[in-house]
Design a protein around this ligand. Sequence first.
Ligand code: AR6
Length: 184
Amino acid sequence: MNRKRGDHMDISDIVSVIMGDIVEQEVDAIVNAANNSLLGGGGVDGAIHSAAGPQLLEECRTLGGCPTGEARITKGYRLPAKWVIHTVGPVWNGGNFREEQLLTDAYRNSLILAEEYDVRSIAFPGISIGAYGFPVYRASGLALRTIIGHLKDGSSLADVRLICFNENAHHFYSNALWEQASFI
Ligand code: AR6
């Protein structure tokens, strides 16, 4: 069932913040915090490529990279998830280089691509908060604002998870969910 703008919706039934490993999530799509080459790396990108197997890299080679803030989709291969949505968050450079806009774009473009592929359940990592150095207190508020804003505009997504790999991230993303959900 597609919700339309203005339909009643309980955000906490749809969005959750979970401690865990994104490669284990049994969802239609997981999101990868990739780099512009889309050819793999460390962090969550490395974990996704090693769990999905070498066919993921083969498909990524055909994509020709991805600009920061945009998103591309591949199959999930050996992952439980059917799809991997690869997005590229910004490198934090002090905040005056459109970092917030680019991180918003990364979430929004991932959500738009997910809907194009009929995805109902999706898991995100904390994009840009690792190697790319985006302050987690800013990234978490922005992530939840963007996701919830998208859901309110009408969406077929029924399950949106933010997967946190450590307690600190879990603390910030949980608080952000609580703050944003209470605005609805
Ligand atoms: N499941 C969930 N979250 C994870 C996992 C996992 N298996 N592994 C790490 N994280 P990062 P970025 C968390 O550095 O900042 C790569 O080399 C991690 O603890 O993976 O967007 C790419 O190729 C952190 O909280 O992504 C790029 O070059 C969060 O995921 C660059 O890093 C994001 O950390 C992208 O940097």
